[in-house]
Design a protein around this ligand. Structure first.
Ligand SMILES: *Cc1c(COP(=O)(O)O)cnc(C)c1O
Length: 398
């Protein structure tokens, strides 16, 4: 097909030229004497993304799933009680991983479209007088449903119960895209991956451990080797890795962190919010509903959109793909076919975000879904124009 293809799934996301260029390099010696000049500042600057002072960042050559495994195996032992909640494909997979690591998981089932049930967590934690629960899991952004949870509120529930459990947060589709505060929210392990907000190809699991989580490794009995942070701690201290790092990815990560910090995290977050809101305005104009049940759950990185009964959301995705070379994202498991998703995270600007809206609109129209052609695009345009702060200060060119 002539022309560009368009990628609007919630990971992998579009890789900006600057990062592509940073990765277009020859292989290098990971034991070179000056290698730490590259790695040590990278570790330091990554801490700014997680918003931590005393936490420690780890980079594994893996996808986000590897990050989950690193988080769990380095802090817990088989048989440990873990409090978790499932409300979508990813939160359920995290629970599955804990079960396969032989954890005793208390998994609360939550309606898809809602997030971490903070009040239930609070209740359970208060009743757990003997501190049997060793870790509390929270999926910050459930990518399958486009639902964001309140991690600060989970911390509050732990504090009010004076509960010592570790707070382990899956931030794979939130960190570097919207607000995340490791220290302020008392997060003990934060998990991210390279292919979402970091705008890189898949291939790095990026984690941050609090001091408390670092200590937990000393008693954690889960078998581990590849993901053992002990080896990482030793080698990273001098700027090296215990095994061959994904060098090209690290060079890309350097460019990614530079881009995020140059734009400024607050601006990155504000930009994501605006792009997300533009999509939400389009959805409302189509007369369709988000899977996220209430505004408090709205995700600024991905929107899952119900199609009307009798239509197949995944057919919208297939059609957009075949006809327009546009990648939207399918709906999974419980809501398979009932919805489709638009990923709006990473390297994204106003005209880019109008693309999946335009494409989804045309695809839905082609399939007979009763929407008004142009309605979503116009609503998004209106919103983007209204919220472009500097738009009035731009003088037309003579
Ligand atoms: C993408 C994602 C993951 C990790 O998935 P991988 O395919 O292993 O990178 C985990 N959690 C969430 C919420 C995600 O969006």
């Amino acid at each position: 097909m002539a022309g560009r293809s368009f990628l609007f799934i919630p990971g992998p996301t579009n890789v900006p030229e600057r990062i592509l260029n940073a990765m277009h390099i020859s292989q290098e010696d990971m034991r070179a004497f000056d290698f730490p000049n590259f790695t040590l500042p990278l570790f330091r600057d990554l801490k700014k993304i997680f918003k931590t002072k005393d936490g420690q960042v780890f980079i594994f050559p893996a996808s986000g799933t590897g990050g989950w495994e690193a988080a769990i195996t380095n802090t817990l032992s088989p048989g440990d009680k873990v409090l978790a909640s499932g409300f979508g494909h990813f939160s359920n997979l995290f629970i599955d991983l804990c079960q396969r690591q032989k954890m005793d998981v208390q998994a609360l089932e939550v309606d898809w479209g809602e997030g971490v049930p903070v009040e239930k967590y609070a209740d359970i934690l208060k009743k757990d007088k003997n501190y049997k629960i060793k870790a509390v899991l929270a999926t910050h952004n459930e990518t399958a449903t486009g639902v964001t949870s309140d991690v600060a509120a989970v911390r509050k529930a732990l504090d009010e119960a004076k509960h010592p459990a570790l707070l382990i947060v899956d931030g794979v589709s939130s960190i570097a895209s919207f607000d995340f505060r490791m220290d302020e929210w008392g997060v003990d392990v934060a998990i991210s991956g390279s292919q979402k907000g970091f705008m890189l190809p898949t291939g790095l699991a990026i984690l941050c451990f609090s001091e408390k989580a670092l200590k937990a490794r000393l008693s954690a009995k889960c078998p581990r080797c590849f993901f053992d942070i002990e080896d990482m701690i030793k080698a990273n201290a001098n700027g090296f890795f215990p095994y061959t790092p994904a060098m090209i990815m690290l060079r890309g990560l350097r460019a990614s962190v530079d881009m995020l910090l140059e734009e400024g995290l607050n601006k990155v977050f504000a930009r994501h919010h605006r792009m997300a809101e533009a999509v939400r305005r389009a959805v409302a104009a189509w007369g369709l509903k988000l899977v996220a049940k209430e505004p408090k759950w709205h995700s600024d990185t991905v929107s899952a959109i119900y199609v009307p009964a009798g239509f197949d959301g995944n057919e919208v995705v297939r059609h957009a793909n075949r006809r327009f070379n546009l990648a939207l994202s399918v709906s999974l498991a419980k809501i398979a076919g009932k919805a489709f998703r638009i990923g709006h995270l990473g390297d994204l600007n106003e005209l880019m975000v109008l693309t999946p809206i335009t494409g989804a609109e045309m695809a839905m129209k082609d399939l007979g879904i009763p929407i008004q052609l142009g309605s979503g695009v116009a609503a998004a345009q209106e919103y983007l124009r209204k919220t472009a702060k500097d738009i009035k200060s731009l003088k037309p060119m003579k």
